[in-house]
Design a protein around this ligand. Structure first.
Ligand SMILES: Nc1ncnc2c1ncn2[C@@H]1O[C@H](COP(=O)(O)OP(=O)(O)OP(=O)(O)O)[C@@H](O)[C@H]1O
Ligand SMILES: [Mg+2]
Length: 326
């Protein structure tokens, strides 16, 4: 439904995004996750035909967003980062105006307005001047205008930003309900949002796609193998040196364990490398006592931080098992 192929965008000499490629299948909800300045909005502006890429191609429902822009746009509803609301209009007039701009017939507009108002739960605000609506409700008006012309693809740039927690819950539910009928891309830097709404997530960092998977898989792939805590009875300096010597270990430090118990160590392993078995046999072979060994599960939050704050960005590609299976 959405195909992004080797897209790059330069702002002058600055590469805002480089060689970004991905596909979104019909009915899928894709989360576009990245820290500030990662290139989320830039990618979305290109997908929606708002701005041309410097290189690469994007097609929506088979239409190229640059060369067949009009056709492509009929399929797209877009909630930009800053919603262009005409705040001195009331809600009904605004939606009517947006419908006309998109070439909808007066009859169709009249049918469709009550539908979108219902979907977005805006029934009490039909005649309210948009300027008087709260931020969360303005955001809903933004979503209402995006779905007005019944596009099959929705691109929502940080749809829940600046909304209070109660309205966030409702807005996320609204977005989730839009999935299924629509193919959706939402950008966010809020991790729970991705786990709650999206079926697949792309992590973008400094203009490059660094990971792509389901939220669950992204977490699973790294579970336990990332950070291991172990209690070892043995000479501390020797234990630390030996732990650091195990293949795949990046760092080992002494941490606070239970009071009065044997020393506890925390080991960081390389991404995706399972070191637990090797750690255990090293301790035993050294003649020390291993009293506890725990793989510490990383939350999506930690994975995200790890992926985006490493000195050297780590690519999470297919594992060796995936490669063997092919
Ligand atoms: N018009 C512009 N001219 C020059 N540089 C720009 C322009 N727009 C964006 N950039 C730069 O491109 C990079 C990507 O910006 P973009 O807005 O796509 O990030 P983002 O992921 O949406 O961030 P945020 O979470 O803050 O919205 C940033 O470094 C930004 O400073
Ligand atoms: Mg942005």
């Amino acid at each position: 439904m959405i195909e992004v192929k080797n897209v790059s965008k330069m702002y002058g000499a600055f590469p805002a995004i480089s060689d970004v490629s991905f596909r979104v299948e019909p009915g899928e909800i894709l989360g576009f996750l990245g820290p500030n300045g990662a290139g989320k909005s830039t990618t979305m502006k290109i997908i929606t035909g708002f701005m041309p890429p410097t290189a690469g191609e994007v097609s929506i429902a088979g239409y190229d967003v640059v060369t067949e822009s009009l056709e492509a746009r009929k399929h797209i509803g877009y909630l930009p980062e800053t919603v262009p609301l005409y705040t001195d209009m009331n809600l009904k007039d605004y939606l009517q105006y947006m419908g006309k701009l998109r070439g909808m017939s007066a009859v169709r507009i009249a049918q469709r307005i009550p539908e979108v108002i219902d979907i977005c739960n805006l029934g009490d605000y039909y005649n309210t001047i948009i300027a008087k609506l709260s931020k969360g409700f303005k955001q809903r008006v933004g979503i209402a205008q995006a779905i007005l012309h019944e596009p099959d693809v929705l691109v929502l740039d940080e749809p829940t930003i600046g909304i209070d927690p109660i309205q966030v819950v409702e807005t996320r539910q609204l977005i989730k309900n839009l999935g299924g009928e629509h193919t959706l891309i939402i950008s966010t830097h809020i991790l729970p949002e991705v786990s709650q709404i999206c079926e697949r997530v792309i992590i973008i960092h400094e203009g490059q796609v660094i990971a792509e998977d389901t939220p669950e898989n992204l977490a699973l792939r790294l579970v336990g193998s990332e950070r291991v805590d172990l209690d070892v009875k043995g000479p501390q300096q020797d234990v630390l040196v030996a732990l650091r010597d195990v293949e795949g270990v990046r760092e080992a430090v002494r941490i606070d364990g239970a009071p009065g118990s044997v020393p506890r160590y925390r080991v960081q392993s390389e991404l995706g490398v399972e070191v637990r078995a090797d750690l255990a046999s090293m301790v035993i072979n050294s003649g020390w006592d291993l009293l506890r060994l725990d793989g510490v599960i990383m939350s999506l939050e930690e994975i995200f931080l790890r992926l985006t704050t490493e000195d050297e960005v780590i690519q999470v590609g297919p594992t060796q098992e995936d490669a063997d299976a092919e």
